[in-house]
Ligand binder design. Structure first.
Ligand code: DX5
Ligand code: ZN
Length: 221
């Protein structure tokens, strides 16, 4: 069984007690904190920035997985690295020079990820896949939590899984959007190993129970 990682998106947490929400979800068995950054420009919503990342950094040893939905993207990358991000991912449409942005993230000592919207072609991977630590496939259009899973994302996951395996690369394959107890097994079967879930975890009363149910589904994948 692959090393499956569960990455709750704090976008659906209660922001009035964000620190507690981070600690509780990790105590409940999650592996990674998924940190959604939206700028009201690249996506039609506005969320949290490096100051919030810095504030939660001391609360957990779990990796912080920063998903940048901002354009332009380069200027903010060093700020997130300094704020303690472990993984920084960006959308190819938000960078003028994708290879340079990947280099910038790695120069800051972070893992680099490239994110694909539902309509973004995978050929952005062609010349850079070897440099990536993570590929993130969006199964919703970015901007909001609580949207419905777009099933076409499964084919993309299968394609990227094949590319990673054929080249023998060590790359995390993450899915983001509409992941729930009901569909996590199918997404794992398609080849994902890292699962972002916002509303499916934070909108339930017992995070431990929900994460355990997800792990039970993954064990059957
Ligand atoms: C959407 C964000 C997601 C979102 C996931 O733009 O990137 O991380 O918070 O939320 P759910 O799991 O509720 O679809
Ligand atoms: Zn995200």
């Amino acid at each position: 069984m692959p090393n499956y990682l569960i990455a709750p998106s704090i976008l659906s947490a209660n922001f009035a007690k964000l620190g507690e929400e981070v600690v509780n979800v990790i105590d409940a068995g999650a592996d990674i904190i998924h940190f959604d950054v939206m700028d009201n420009h690249y996506v039609p919503n506005l969320t949290i920035g490096p100051l919030v990342c810095e504030a939660i950094r001391p609360l957990t040893k779990a990796p912080i997985d920063v998903h940048l939905m901002v354009k332009p993207v380069d200027r903010i990358i060093p700020d997130f690295a300094k704020a303690g991000a472990n993984i920084i991912s960006f959308h190819p449409e938000a960078s003028e020079h994708i290879d340079r942005t990947i280099g910038l993230i790695k120069d800051q000592g972070c893992k680099a990820g490239l994110v694909f919207n539902p309509a973004t072609p995978l050929n952005y991977l062609d010349h850079v896949i070897e440099k990536l630590d993570l590929v993130l496939i969006m199964s919703v259009n970015p901007g909001f939590g609580g949207q419905k899973f777009i099933p076409e994302a499964l084919n993309k996951i299968r394609t990227v899984r094949r590319m990673i395996d054929e080249k023998g690369l060590d790359i995390m394959l993450e899915i983001d959007g509409g992941v729930k107890v009901d569909n996590i097994q199918e997404v794992a079967r398609a080849g994902a190993d890292t699962f972002v879930a916002g509303s499916a975890i934070y909108n339930t009363p017992d995070y431990r129970a929900t994460i355990s149910q997800m792990r039970a589904e993954l064990a059957k994948a």
